[in-house]
Design a protein around this ligand. Structure first.
Ligand SMILES: [Zn+2]
Length: 296
């Protein structure tokens, strides 16, 4: 199964504060040629290029970071989630600092940005990754698995001991319109009780009631929510962003329970290993077939 490679039509940009660094950056999306993939370009550091691939991931605390040679780009997942939902396979993401702006904490501003740029087919195709065998990664009571399917379906369950969250589950059939309506508006969330600890660790320095759903022990501090189950929808958003690091579209039914960036990342690693093994296996019989064809 193949899909069209796609990029954007024209340059677009967005500026804002980084959720963890508290640093203001500008992100500029530029069209890119077929086959170049999704690449972060540190415009402030001689255009150092960091491919948006699993091999580039350097940190997974509360957000996904990619890097190369001590240079990093943090909190890439919401932007990558929007890029993936728009079917974009090739784009250069210029950024003049260490972290993608959080804007409102969701992927909606990035969907609007890509919409403003427009999307076009590049005239070549990219194979969709379809695994033949299931894969499961677990850590304590957290788990995530994929079983073979012809399209991407995500089922996510969370269970937080908090009156405003509790148990929530989402069933998401991957597609642009569904993403735009049901997933993209869901904002990141954080707990007041974690803020001091996170700030001491250099995290959440740009976090505020403007860019995250903030919870104290009783409930949501800055309501109303955009969805009653906004929390689990945001987990789906994060997972799609982390799946973008596979480097090509994927089909399969994914079931996640209480997972997060660290488990998503181990899962993507397992998927890439299984894909490499599956493709190596597929090559041998293909070679034999071509010899048979030569003699036919
Ligand atoms: Zn997130």
């Amino acid at each position: 199964m193949f899909v069209q490679r796609r990029t954007i039509n024209t340059d677009v940009s967005i500026t804002g504060i980084g959720l963890h660094s508290g640093i203001y950056t500008t992100v500029e999306l530029h069209p890119a040629p077929a086959g170049s993939g999704i690449t972060f370009v540190r415009a402030d550091l001689k255009g150092l290029r960091i491919p948006a691939l699993q091999a580039s991931t350097t940190a997974l605390d509360y957000a996904t970071t990619v890097g190369k040679d001590d240079v990093q780009v943090g909190t890439v997942e919401h932007l990558l989630s929007a890029i993936m939902a728009c079917g974009i396979t090739d784009v250069d993401i210029h950024i003049d600092g260490p972290e993608v702006p959080i804007i409102d904490g969701s992927a909606l501003p990035f969907m609007h940005l890509i919409d403003a740029a427009g999307v076009r087919d590049l005239g070549s195709e990219i194979p969709v990754l379809r695994l033949r065998e299931p894969i499961e990664v677990t850590h304590g009571d957290k788990s995530i698995r994929i079983t073979p399917a012809n399209r991407l379906i995500i089922k996510y369950r969370i269970d937080f001991d908090h009156p405003s969250i509790g148990r929530q589950s989402a069933h998401f059939d991957f597609g642009h319109d569904n993403f735009l309506r049901k997933i993209a508006p869901a904002r990141t969330f954080g707990f007041m009780r974690d803020v001091e600890k996170m700030r001491a660790a250099g995290l959440a320095r740009g976090g505020s009631v403007e860019n995250a759903v903030v919870l104290d022990d009783r409930g949501v501090v800055n309501g109303p929510l955009r969805f009653r189950d906004e929390f689990v929808r945001h987990k789906v958003l994060d997972l799609i962003g982390d799946l973008a690091l596979i480097g090509r579209p994927i089909a399969g039914e994914i079931t996640a329970h209480r997972a997060g960036h660290a488990l998503h990342s181990r899962f993507v690693e397992q998927i890439l290993q299984a894909a490499a093994a599956q493709e190596a296996e597929a090559e041998a019989p293909l070679g034999q077939r071509s010899i048979q064809q030569q003699f036919a």
